[in-house]
Design a protein around this ligand. Sequence first.
Ligand SMILES: Nc1nc2c(c(=O)[nH]1)N[C@H]1C(S)=C(S)[C@@H](COP(=O)(O)O)O[C@H]1N2
Ligand SMILES: [Mo]
Length: 364
Amino acid sequence: MWCKREDMIVHESDPYNAEPPRDGLHETLTPADSFYVRNHGPVPQLDAATWTLEVTGLVAEPVRFTLERLREEFAHHTVTATMQCAGNRREGFLEVRDVPGEDPWGPGATSTARWTGVRLADVLRAVGVQDSAGHVEFEAPDVSEIADPPQHYGGSVPLSKALADEVLLAWAMDDAPLPAVHGGPVRVVVPGWIGARSVKWVTRVTVRAEPSENYFQATAYRVLEPEADPDAAGPGDGISLGPVALNCDILAPEPGQAVGTGQVRVSGYAHAGEDRGVARVDVSADGGHSWQAAELGPEPSPWAWRHWETTVDLAGPGPHTLVARAWDTTGACQPESARTLWNPKGYVNNSWARVRVNQAGDQG
Ligand SMILES: Nc1nc2c(c(=O)[nH]1)N[C@H]1C(S)=C(S)[C@@H](COP(=O)(O)O)O[C@H]1N2
Ligand SMILES: [Mo]
């Protein structure tokens, strides 16, 4: 489905929500057939020839752009950026407490691509932003029944982020036309922020004084207090999510994998959102008692994840827990346990990554 590999882990087929197995996340640029998909409604089939983008609200004068006009009037830019859903690694919360009504995403609700398009800032400046502007809202034609009441998908970012160089109206992913399932013909890409703000199939940009009132901005994608009832949550409740929290996970070995005797190669990804970078990743082969620094791969861009790997010695045959934790350029480290982070909608599980493996005995 949607040109994805057959072994995608499909959380929902309608709307289609799927993540790749861990082995789909090893490369700097995630292969298109492995890139995770997060939808809240049916994928709209839009025609690039008739698609238009309305830029309105607190602007000098509203303007409607065709794709051709965007391509012709503005400089093209390419940014390598990691998309990460706020629900990435939610699965890790389930052993703490259930998260009713939300899909148990593993470590694959994140992927990286080279996005090409025009800067949102260039478009906003061309249209003229009024002094009273504070936020920029994005709206798309997909209607979500999950929203209360059912409504088009949307969200917003503060004007300061909307005007940042890295934020694009993108029509290409890894130099190919943006596939429909990823928001083609055009989506917003907000590097360093939760995936929810990178609105797919964007057809309207509204400059506003306040954040969007859309359900997915005002009510969802918020960290509620542990005892709050998510069904009773209303606009403005909880902590609104924007910049991505520092996170990492182990990609190899896989959970439950039987590993041989001797040294074991451990690898994974780490990602620090917004203006922070990954500074170090520590790996423990004894459940977190002792640590060694992993070797960091190249930083593909300030907006992308970094892969890491190292080799560990396991204490001997039997079960072992491999643990990984990332540090960012502010000196902050991931929290140890999902227990301290559990929240009713299951967002931002950025606790230490843990993978249990079994070391085989000597084949004497
Ligand atoms: N129009 C629209 N945009 C959307 C969504 C959506 O359901 N509809 N989902 C958002 C969420 S929560 C995420 S994590 C990213 C996922 O992008 P992808 O499907 O290309 O991986 O898209 C965002 N943009
Ligand atoms: Mo998301």
